[in-house]
Ligand binder design. Structure first.
Ligand code: 5GP
Length: 194
């Protein structure tokens, strides 16, 4: 039996794009505007940042705990992003599907490709910055630790952006309202056909 057997009809929305491009604002707006959407709280081994707490925006676990969960097949996909482990929990996605909800998630390009293999009905949106310079300004505003840190983030953003054509929709987040209006059309289409 193929690994996607039974998953073909399942719809979900995956938002991909470089850090600081605006993915979390998109997800926040979608959750506020569409009650049938369900946010997936993914797992990470990275340390919590100021203003974060357990479950917001991640389940924060040790590397040992993460590896244990990998061994128990608890992740639909997992990847190393910026040197830390991140994984999408199988149970949250499955219970959302059982409840007739549509999952939305913010994961990296590697994870999104694995989810597309597993769930052929997954709709993907790659959110693009208007320019590299705009992205650099967003990184600086968010706080970078050094020039090397900034360079590393810009390099990984460029690698991700080079893969944007592998995803169904590419939307430039120049003006948030117009980018969000395009995203609303996509999600409304998913919800009508689910
Ligand atoms: P940050 O630690 O800055 O919040 O996120 C770093 C990156 O990890 C983001 O680009 C986000 O999309 C990605 N990410 C978050 N959760 C997951 C996950 O469960 N799986 C994968 N593959 N990537 C994730």
């Amino acid at each position: 039996m193929s690994k996607t057997a039974g998953n073909e009809h399942i719809k979900m929305l995956i938002v991909i794009g470089p850090t600081a491009v605006g993915k979390s604002s998109v997800l926040e707006h979608l959750l506020r505007d569409y009650p049938r959407l369900c946010d997936i709280i993914t797992y990470t081994t990275r340390p919590m940042r100021a203003g974060e707490s357990e479950g917001n925006p991640y389940h924060f676990v040790s590397e040992e705990e993460f590896k244990k969960q990998v061994g128990e097949n608890r992740f639909l996909e997992w990847a190393i992003v910026h040197g830390r482990m991140y994984g999408t929990p199988r149970d949250q996605v499955e219970s959302a599907n059982t409840e007739g909800k549509v999952c939305i998630m913010d994961i990296d390009v590697q994870g999104a490709k694995k989810m597309m293999d597993e769930y052929p009905g997954a709709v993907t949106i790659f959110l693009m910055p208007p320019s590299m310079d705009a992205l650099r300004q967003r990184f600086l505003k968010r706080g970078v630790t050094s020039e090397a840190d900034l360079a590393k983030r810009l390099e990984s953003a460029q690698k991700e952006m080079a893969q944007c054509q592998d995803f169904k929709h590419v939307i430039v987040n120049d003006d948030f309202d117009s980018a969000y209006a395009e995203i609303r059309k996509i999600i409304e289409n998913i919800l009508e056909n689910q």
